[in-house]
Design a protein. Sequence first.
Lengths: 660, 634
Amino acid sequence: MILTRISPLCLALPMLVLFLASCRHDEFVIYEEVERVGGEPASDAMCSGLYLLNEGNMGSNHSTLDYLDLLTGTYHRNIYAQRNPSVVRELGDVGNDIQVYGSRLWMVINCSNKVEVARVSDAVRLGQVDVPNCRYVAFAGGYAYISSYVGPVALGGDVQLGRVYKVDTLTLQKVDSVTVGYQPEQMAVVGDRLYVANSGGYRLPVYDNTLSVVRLSSFAEECRIRVGVNLHRVESDRYGQLWVSSRGNYADIPPRLYCLAMTARHEYAVVDSLELSVSDMQVTGDTLWYFGKPSSSAGPSYGIIDVRTHRAIDTHLFDGVLSARIAMPYGILVDRHTRDFYLMDAKNYVSNGELLHFLPDGRLDWRMRTGDIPSCGVLVGACLHDAETDDLPQPSDLLTVDEYVPAPGQFVNMMPRWDEGDDALAMAEKCTSALNGGGVVSLGGFGGYVTFHFDRSVTNVADAPDFAVFGNAHDGASEPGIVMVSIDTNHNGVPDDEWYELSGSADTDSLGRVTYGYEVTYERQGDMAAVPWTDNLGRSGIIARNPWHNQEYFPQWLDSPLRLGGTLLPPNGSDLSHNGSSWVLSHLRYGYVDNRPNTDTDAQRFDLDWAVSPVTRQPVRLSHADFIRVYSAQNQVCGWLGETSTEVTGASLNIGRRTK
Amino acid sequence: MLLKLILSVLPLCSSVADTCDVLSISEVEVVQSVRSREVVSGQQLDGEGVRRLGALSVADALHHFSGVQVKDYGGIGGLKTINVRSMGSQHTGIFYDGVELGNAQNGQVDLGQLSMENVESVRVYHGQRSALFQTASDFGHSGTVYLRTRIPINNHLRVMGQGGSFGLMRGSFLCERRLSERVSSSLLVNGTRSDGQYPFRYRRLNYDRTVAYDTTAHRHNGDVTSFHAELNLFGRMDRSNWHAKAYHYQSDRGIPGAIVNNVWRRGERQSDGNTFVQGQWQGDLTPRYSMRVLGKAAYYSTHYVCRDSTQFMADNRYRQMELYASTSHAVELTPSWSLSAACDVRHNVLWSDMPLFHTARRTTCLLALASALHVSDVRAQVSLMSTDFSHLSPSAFVCWDASRWLSLHAFAKQSYRLPTFNELYYTTIGNSRLRPETARQLDAGLQFRTSSQSSPWRLSLTADVYRNRVSHKIIAYPQGQQFRWTMLNLGEVRVTGVDLNAESGVNLGQWHLQLSPQYTWQRAIDVTSPADSYYRHQIPYVPHHSGSLRASLAYRGVSLLYAFTYTGERWSQQQNIAYNHLQPWYTSDLHLQYQTPSWRLSADVLNLLDQQYDVIVNYPMPGRSFRFSISYSL
């Protein structure tokens, strides 16, 4: 029976070998993985990179940070652990939000009950703020505002109210907190107020339906605005509107997207709601990009909404075939300069997700494996310095508005906002801060204008453009305005000198269709009535009201009747559908503000050599100019789009690289 | 035919059960007929052997069975479930004295709650127990664990006290009495408490081998207090016997939760109360016809409370009721050919005070037909079970005794698992359109053993290769809106494996020596879709290699046992990448015992080398711990 004696050994021996061969070893920090993304590195990219936060499945401690280096076209997966090896148990559990403020990267790590603060330059940790069940972060005036599910238990209830913590962004100390609604989610800052979307997700099926309004100067909750059930996202646009997503109750109440605007009583109220499911959205310029999943059975939907008209511009961001290959869209990020966009696909939540990069025309550029559940990202680099953070100084060319005399219009008294008691001077100041801070100044209907000057004169450089004025045009939505310039010949610092017009392409391309010396007179009716006008050709009409904008349309600080004059450009709007649903406002060849998208840098540039006398139309040679005026040069109404109105978003003397 | 009971000569009993030609022990008595015979035997550990392993619960014992993975969330109070041959814990049936223990809510029986105190034997069968005379439920699983209560032989009284690390205190009282010639009883009462505060350590190095971090913390909220009482009555008549049981288990425990960055303690708690009564009667109505009836009524309540302000604060109660009745019939048509039929009806109800929860009810009817044939050296069995008259689970088992030492066996089986109530109805994730999961199994193996009564040597070897496929696997799938999941029949898993078992012993005078190694190799891959990033990756928590070893030495009343358990590298998620990688773990336990006829003293050292490991990621396991126990018998 030798066999019997050996057999257990025969079995035990390979086992022992196996055990020894596959023993435990020391555990090492998991280092980053680097891959090339493919596609072409954008040479003119304003942004140098993108930080992507991966949520990681709850309880897995798998939240990781990825970095896309746009300058080299490389993707760095999981950079946090290597750059911060001494942080016990790495980045944490369930990363929920990532933002940049100044030179710091803020990461809200939900189930680790902390907000991690690191350097933007290299993601090296600077510290953390302990906030229980933290959700989102917003910034204003040197403070971070962090929403948290954990607040006091409401009287008579058993579920906690939520809280917003105020954190000093320099010291990372919590300085204050305020109680808001149930399970607060995203927040938006407009002026001195913080708007907090309350979800009530823990109170299922009795969700919260309010937006908390917190006054920042006193850090107290002023009121709660009823919006819709289970609110999640909130973003403001440059017209001062708030866009708030409601997730519905997953049963009989469908998800919706609400738009809130300032009412005559200076309170926000719901002015519109769209039957859209919005999982994530981003407002950039005049557009709101979103995606969502209306129901468990339906596939995801994607789209772009024009925030001025509240209408969809696009309902397919990209090829439909590709759409089927995206399992679980989880985040969207739009580069506001190039209009490239990124989509995050979380797949099945428990394996690596994917980041997809699309070109502005919706073509897929590349796709890249990320960590588990890529949920949110933030672009970093030079692009941050003009709009992402409002309190960073502008690099140059601060301008000052001298006069703001808009014609009546649907955005007048709103962009910028007129408050009771504001006079012409106050409104000019508001325009100054809007134009220096990424905001919008609407000029209303024909003849409405804004006059401004730089801190130095505009010099006429021979055979080259001399300055730039930016608008908010995009393809098919051109609202051309004419530029006038003036020299302060009496040296009184006030624009009361002779004006010259910069002649644009219509003067040669549309001979006989341009009306010179045109004048329109508007009369205030008051009480939210439409504003009638008459012109010097004997015609008349109205600036009609629409359901989306509920303020007075006549500039409240100006006297009536309001007479405005200038050169009238030929109508550029046409209704492609012939039933009033699809308006295209074509652009003119050159020489107008708000005529071409700001990405078309050449089209924003103006040359003092184009100056003509507005009366004789004869060219004038100017060595320099001190004041610049832009006026709205169309008198047309395009169906539901309303009156055509030039919008100004900024101006610059530094016309080399800067686009806004 | 030779009737041989597995009464171990050695203090520690065999893990490999009786071989093909030996009759198995039926639940209550040994009936020497083809209709109670098993075709392929299972693995077995007897209760005394398990207790010597220092096992407090059944979960501790199951590490020593091949093809079995125990999921353990750590500590005495942590959830412990079993996964047989990678088909998922819900495919495994746990039978307590012939009646299945169920949990209609989540399909998982917490093995940590099952005490080993009065268990006579633990058996594990792959496929099913290939016996004829059993309930229809026995035919329905892809793996089964059988626990059998000790039947009193004499009047016996045992008092035991135990203490150990992490505030462990345990006391038990067992009273066994013969009430009459035909009726005996046993009463077991035990209580356990532990504060569960064990230290654990997480450590990482930089690649230059400098320490990145090295931190030690204490597990909090892992305390448990439990109470268990059980009364058994056994009766025996001329041609029949009966058994009745009343069972109650009560516990209150903290749920320690995952250890993640910045979170070292949590505040979830759970109380359980499980009560059931069951009874069965079986008898030979004629020499060729046997019948059994069986019934059970159970009431389970769970109270889950989360008072952790950083989490969703909950206070939910769940109550479950189960009513079960079964009858089985076996007929011996010829001495070598038998037929059986069984019918089970089970009714489950689940109540909860969760918002939007609707009471869930389900009645399941199982029907089984089986036939066994014994022709010279070959035994075969086929069975067919239907679940609710729709899903058919066929199986076929065959065993051939090639020689005195060697037998060959094989089986093929398809079985279903019904969706649990959680999967069907859970407030936010349920999907009432789910179909059952399907498991297909193929297995072939051989068993070699020495059967010489005269030799002091004893050896038995079993080897099995198998191939399983789980289709329509029910998995949680994200629904689109954040935090909302749904259940889908989406997964497909293919398992290929090898189980090796050996059992050897030698008696040299007063010295008894035993060595029992066991090894499992498994390749369990996800083959759901080639488009997945984890296509053909090993499924979560299934190691390629695992095994255990028990070695014992006994001299008179003193015995020393060394137990080694090994689990190879695993992945915590579907993708086999570095982030999900879990290191192998292996623990060594030592048990020393001294026994006199009435006293028994034992000392255990568990995890002797103080290994810091996770069975489930972020749920650290205890390091080295000690236990001492003393018991007195009368």
